[in-house]
Ligand binder design. Structure first.
Ligand SMILES: *[C@@H]1O[C@H](CO)[C@@H](O)[C@H](O)[C@H]1NC(C)=O
Ligand SMILES: *[C@@H]1O[C@H](CO)[C@@H](O)[C@H](O)[C@H]1NC(C)=O
Ligand SMILES: *[C@@H]1O[C@H](CO)[C@@H](O)[C@H](O)[C@H]1NC(C)=O
Length: 460
């Protein structure tokens, strides 16, 4: 209409203040590890159109999942010039809304997938993983620096099925050498779903003209897509279930109590209950024998640092797991065991060594190599012995940082005269997730850099 109308790029350069908008969907549960999913829209589709899918994913998720819908890209087209600012804005708004996690995933639909692919490749450290909806990446999956899920409907009229077959073949080849690729770079088709089903409302004309007629309704499509998306997100944050899972038990406390009991877990059932405040203070670990089955229950309080300093440098893992366990002799007493009891575990330090070993065994080879060759090592010190339960509760797992190492010291409380079923051991445990965070991130910073972070500020 106007002969002198500027091209889109010129308009953008002349309008540095124009900005992409972000709509934040708050988590619908307050349990589980915290994470965020950013969704970048397809061409000519509004960010709002992804709200129903986002809500379906949240409703089906075991994570405390935030969703951020990115919208109002110039001309409703996600583009390389605006994507960086849009991600910045999404992270700022999530943080302002109360998100404290750095577990961020980014998804792109259709054209949005292409933009996300380029951006995530060069900004891999910002994300835990990438999801493509109705988009096929043009790179080799095993050469991408992040976990990638490629997901589309089998009635997608815009993505040729031949692309899907190529990616399947590529994945099968990679899996022959590395079975974990199935979890790291899955390629999936959802039956009955089409291209437009990832969004809601009226589709732009190219989608309307080319898409195949779906077998299922939009609501059904979202119910099919959501668990597939969640099956990719949740395991990538799996180590955190060690701290506390949605059933309010700590997997790591169960491991620790099993080590303390010193029996194989077939003869004794080991359980745990996560509690806080007075409930934790007033609770004791228990042994219950019922028709010859001995059940041991530990009690855990998960303690986080106050995240009031820098959000980006503070660790997201808990400071410690406070765990009350029954002693080895108590378990053997309850078992009426005839064979002699093996020597009891000497210390909480041994449990923290097991936690560190667990983290090292789960970290990637590259991360372990960086940590052992140039990271600041974790050194475990002998336990600090406390003589009362209140004295024990008042202490914290101590992290003390020097330029050469970080020493970690637990406090222990144990009842004397370990002969009855009521004898207990209390430990301040290092969470495997915190050990993992140290291995991956904090150990690579200099001691001076770490001094500004909470990891080093606590304890001393
Ligand atoms: C997610 O959906 C699947 C399939 O309908 C269902 O089996 C699963 O229990 C759901 N999970 C949650 C946490 O709602
Ligand atoms: C141990 O002995 C007591 C008393 O005889 C009995 O009640 C209990 O069931 C026994 N425990 C197990 C695990 O067999
Ligand atoms: C840890 O660092 C301190 C202070 O630099 C040093 O005295 C100590 O020997 C180191 N410990 C180990 C086990 O390397």
């Amino acid at each position: 209409m106007h002969g002198c109308r500027a091209s889109p790029v010129v308009v953008l350069l002349l309008s540095p203040t124009r900005a992409v908008h972000v709509e934040v969907l708050r988590p619908v549960t307050d349990t589980g590890p915290e994470a965020a999913l950013l969704i970048v829209p397809g061409a000519f589709i509004s960010g709002q159109a992804y709200r129903p899918l986002g809500e379906a994913i949240q409703a089906n998720c075991t994570l405390r999942l935030w969703v951020a819908l990115l919208e109002d890209f110039l001309m409703n087209l996600a583009n390389p010039l605006e994507i960086g600012g849009a991600v910045d804005k999404a992270l700022t708004e999530l943080s302002a809304s109360g998100m404290t996690s750095d577990s961020v995933f980014i998804a792109g639909h259709s054209l949005g997938g292409g933009i996300v692919s380029e951006y995530a490749k060069s900004h891999a450290q910002r994300f835990k993983g990438v999801l493509f909806f109705g988009h096929f990446p043009d790179f080799r999956l095993d050469q991408f620096p992040l976990p990638v899920m490629t997901l589309s409907g089998d009635l997608d009229g815009l993505v040729r099925l031949t692309h899907v077959m190529d990616k399947f073949q590529e994945l099968s080849k990679t899996m022959a050498a590395d079975a974990d690729a199935l979890y790291r770079t899955p390629v999936l088709l959802v039956k009955g779903v089409n291209h437009g089903h990832f969004a809601s409302g009226d589709m732009p004309s190219t989608v309307r003209q080319n898409d195949l007629t779906a077998d299922v309704t939009e609501v059904t499509a979202h119910a099919l897509i959501a668990p597939v998306v969640n099956s990719f997100l949740a395991p990538l944050l799996e180590t955190r279930a060690d701290d506390m899972n949605p059933e309010m038990t700590s997997d790591w406390s169960i491991r620790a109590q099993t080590l303390v009991a010193g029996v194989d877990d077939r003869s004794v059932k080991v359980d745990d209950h996560v509690m806080s405040g007075d409930d934790f203070t007033n609770s004791q670990p228990t042994i219950v024998t019922s028709s010859r089955l001995v059940t041991v229950s530990a009690v855990t309080q998960v303690v986080y640092d106050n995240n009031f300093l820098s959000q980006s440098t503070a660790p997201v893992s808990p400071h410690e797991l406070q765990v009350k366990m029954v002693s080895r002799s108590a378990v053997w007493h309850a078992l009426n065991a005839s064979e002699p009891m093996p020597l009891p575990l000497q210390s909480c330090k041994e449990l923290n060594q097991a936690s560190l070993n667990e983290a090292l065994s789960r970290a990637s080879d590259a991360a372990v190599h960086r940590y052992t060759s140039r990271g600041i090592p974790i050194i475990l010190h002998s336990d600090h012995v406390t003589t009362t339960t209140s004295g024990w509760e008042a202490t914290k797992l101590e992290f003390s940082l020097s330029s050469a190492n970080v020493t970690v010291t637990s406090s222990v409380y144990r009842t004397s005269g370990e002969t009855t079923t009521s004898s207990v051991v209390f430990c301040k445990l290092l969470s495997p997730f915190r050990a993992m965070e140290w291995i991956y991130v904090d150990s690579l910073r200099s001691a001076r850099e770490n001094r500004g972070s909470l990891f080093a500020a606590v304890g001393k």
